[in-house]
Write a protein that binds this ligand. Sequence first.
Ligand code: PMP
Length: 421
Amino acid sequence: MDYSYFINTHSSRRRPAITRELTKKHYNAPKGAISLAEGMPNEMTFPFENINVNLKDGSTFSISGPELGASLQYIPTQGYPQLLQKLKEWTLFSHNPPNWDKREVLVTSGSQDGISRSIEMCISEGDAMLVQEPFYAGTEAVLKSFKPKLLAIEQDEYGMIPEVFVRVLENWKVKCDENNALRMPKLLYINPTASNPTGTTMSLERRKEIYSICCKYNILILEDDPYYFLNFSDKLTPSFLALDTEGRVLRFDSFSKVLCPGLRIGWLTGPKQLVQNVELHIQSSYLHSSTLSQVITYNLLNNWGFEKLLDHMSSVREYYKGRRDLTLAAMDEHLTGLCEWTVPDGGMFVWIKVKGISDVYDMLMTRGEKKLITFVPGHCFMSDPAAACNFIRASYSKAAPQQIEQAMKLLAELIREEKDL
Ligand code: PMP
């Protein structure tokens, strides 16, 4: 594949920063090598003696001595080497992608960071870009400044619909043939598992179909998959990365939903040339993701091993599954007849369609606030956020069960009042 096709002119001008390259060398320097090159502060001046971590399962670890020094120091942009190694092993273990030797992994500050920099690397002002509709508001926020022409692909309960995908591409092709200024889209953004906001998991058949369409039209797939392990079915659906025989997937992983978001640990896996280019974006912005977070995460993974990490993820999954069920019960009780919804396959959101109302924005943002209930208006997840929208995203993650019940009761009241206005 010619990856330069996906890198925009602006990004193709990036070059490695010599100081960052030297930091990389410092990590691999032979014993006895002397470096007066580093711009690193001396660890002797750091005020921390050690950092003790106590986990809820009773296990503990302490970060001290040289490891503490390293955890408070600058590191190579790609990531803390020990964590990087673990993330590679974990990605191989959980996805086993073909042609592993042609891929690279990069630690990012949450997956949002990887998504944002990858889009910045690829897209130019006014480009067409393919997105599933509805789609994650954080991606819309990245795209907005590029004023892209968003080609939205409708979804059903199995995810993006391949026939619609082909139709959208073919219609756009006709426009491109008529107007030389237009170009075919190079990117597809997809959130295939327990999608935010719909909770839908794309079936394996659909994934295979979408992948082969992307091969045909030479499209790079941005696979944003932070809820991969929060899919409620017993069997996980293979990722696009797992299917990627051609090397056209940039995959964004995150520990935000399965460990905690405050560590800001995400990682990007994809073809070497593209991942190395994203690394250059980070080299020239925040240098690297927090070393301390990376060292804590490394120790956690090292102490637990993958089996215990999987156990932990199962317990997180069960927690949200219980939350989903009690939310659906409250919705059945209060919203039947007023709204429609699909059962979320995973994650922490339910996507609700309000019947008989064309736009929910004012209802939620004015009268809803007076009732002290907050939901996200569906507009935030649409390719045209200014258009009327009668969908609502409700999160069942944090509110207590009685609060969820009360919120659904008040939402029903709100909808009835809105209809009477
Ligand atoms: N993608 C999706 C679909 C999300 O829901 C989120 C968090 N809301 C993110 C990416 C970003 O997560 P993080 O940066 O914490 O990994």
